[in-house]
Design a protein around this ligand. Structure first.
Ligand code: ATP
Ligand code: MG
Length: 473
């Protein structure tokens, strides 16, 4: 049944120089070698990738050295303690690992590692979809080993652990994040047992470094439809731990006839909307947090209903602490704060009677991020009523038109007469004085009024024509 697949795989990998070299070295030093993990999974899924994971049944670093020598690569990173090595070759990140057996200390996610067999190595892997191996040895090149039925889980789009998920997550709680990240990246379902185990083991995430947790979180946000991973984080109670401010956005209060939209569900939709427009993970992040201060500002006002006054300012202010806690790159803080703080401004500016100076202030505040802000505002429209959506989009279009108009007017204001002050002084025999300015303005007005063209010749001729009127008095 796998024959066709194996042929297909062979076709996809046999032309790769690095694979060829690995096969040759394996023959020479007589060890068993496999392509494993994400590389195999993604080949089967027809996904582009530039990571190649190589499993060596033996010493991974020595083997890597031989392959690097064979390819003429000198820049190899060795991690002798872990028995791993990697190098870049033709845009591919090639990672070697010696087969290992792992046992765990409960206080750290770093395992005690010993040399192991192929079976031991494969069984320590996180999900069945990552347990497939392709032999790279000449005598069985392209042969697929599938100990945990990973192939059918790939076909059925299912994330499952090879062992009991409680043990898998207890050993290394980062796998909780990885499960949801893979689900989001691949648009797979996670097995029910994974959500349950994640719920039970969620406090174990405390032994995982913040950097790694955040890295997985950002990978979820980078995925095609981030709500897949974010929902799983929420359903398993993990979001309360990794991003509590987002988790508490869930829920709706009802008072009298007033209820407000579930802010969490609204936010998920905004994040998915914006992800269709941009790959920029920070713009996506801004979408995730734009309403983050709605829960702490929520107030029920008699006769009006629910209000969230000042949530944009408080939200922006909340960001600093969150950035520090989550170890997010601080150079993105200003950008996120700006988008959160300004996310309501375009709505206010859509009103008819807005002044040029209000628009100008907005342009200055938003600066180079104005386009991104509008992308966020458009994504923020989650109404199911197409007439309303149309109306809101139209509002933003009007604001942008006003922005363009004001910019154009301002540009005209900056424009200068082609005949410069120096020359006016010479021809009119004037010293630097107010009169020089008046003549110059008269030329500019003539151009703006369309009386003369915006060029030197016509401006010069016009100057000669009008200069006496100015010089007489
Ligand atoms: P990606 O597309 O993100 O590179 P990947 O599946 O290649 O996905 P890596 O983190 O590069 O993931 O790891 C390579 C392989 O090593 C995985 O496919 C998996 O088999 C194994 N692995 C990685 N991290 C873990 C872990 N924390 N626990 C168990 N196995 C892991
Ligand atoms: Mg990888």
């Amino acid at each position: 049944m796998n024959q066709e697949l194996e042929l297909n795989i062979k076709e996809k990998i046999s032309h790769l120089k690095v694979i060829d070299t690995i096969s040759k070295v394996a023959e020479l030093v007589d060890v068993k070698v496999y392509a494993v993990g994400g590389f195999v999974r993604d080949i089967i899924l027809n996904r582009e990738r530039n990571d190649l994971d190589i499993l060596v049944i033996g010493n991974g670093t020595d083997f890597a050295k031989n392959v690097a020598d064979g390819l003429g690569i000198t820049n190899v990173s060795y991690f002798k303690n872990f028995g791993t090595a990697h190098f870049d070759y033709q845009g591919m990140n090639v990672e070697f690992v010696g087969a290992r057996k792992e046992s765990y200390d409960r206080n750290t996610r770093k395992p005690i590692v010993e040399d192991g067999t192929f079976d031991e190595d494969i069984s320590r892997r996180d999900f069945t979809i990552n347990t497939l191996a392709i032999s790279l040895n000449k005598n069985e090149f392209g042969k697929l080993t599938d100990k945990y039925d990973g192939l059918s889980d790939i076909k059925n789009k299912r994330i499952k652990t090879p062992l009991n998920p409680l043990k898998t997550f207890d050993d290394d709680p980062l796998r909780i994040m990885r499960a949801f990240r893979f689900a989001s990246q691949l648009n797979f379902n996670v097995d029910e047992s994974i959500v349950k185990a994640a719920y039970e083991m969620r406090n174990r995430l405390s032994i995982v470094s913040q950097e790694r947790t955040t890295d997985e979180f950002l990978k979820i946000l980078t995925s095609p439809k981030p709500s897949v991973g974010l929902k799983l984080l929420f359903d398993s109670g993990v979001l309360e731990i990794v991003f509590p401010e987002i988790a508490i956005m869930a829920g709706v209060d009802q008072r009298k006839d007033y209820h407000h939209k579930d802010v969490f569900l609204h936010t998920l939709q905004v994040v998915d909307n914006i992800s269709k427009e941009t790959e920029n993970v920070w713009l996506r992040f801004a979408a995730l947090v734009h309403d983050i201060a709605k829960p702490p500002t929520k107030k029920f006002v008699e006769g009006i209903g629910w209000t969230f006054h000042g949530h944009e300012d408080l939200g922006a202010r909340m960001m600093k602490k969150i950035f520090h806690r989550m170890k997010l790159p601080l150079h993105q803080l200003d950008y996120i704060q700006k988008l959160v703080r300004l996310h309501l401004r375009p709505i206010a500016l859509a009103k008819e009677e807005v002044t040029d100076s209000a628009i100008r202030r907005f342009v200055v505040n938003a600066g180079e991020d104005l386009e991104d802000l509008i992308v966020l505002c458009r994504a923020d429209i989650t109404s199911k009523n197409p007439i309303k959506v149309e109306k809101y989009l139209g509002n933003y279009e009007r604001v942008m038109q006003k922005v363009r108009d004001v910019k154009e007017r301002d540009q005209l204001r900056e424009f200068q007469s082609p005949v410069r002050g120096e020359e006016i002084m010479q021809i009119c025999n004037l010293k630097p004085s107010r009169k020089v300015g008046e003549i110059k303005t008269a030329i500019e007005e003539a151009i703006l009024d369309g009386k003369i063209g915006n060029n030197y010749e016509e401006a010069f001729k016009y100057l000669i024509e009008i200069k006496d009127q100015f010089l007489e008095n």
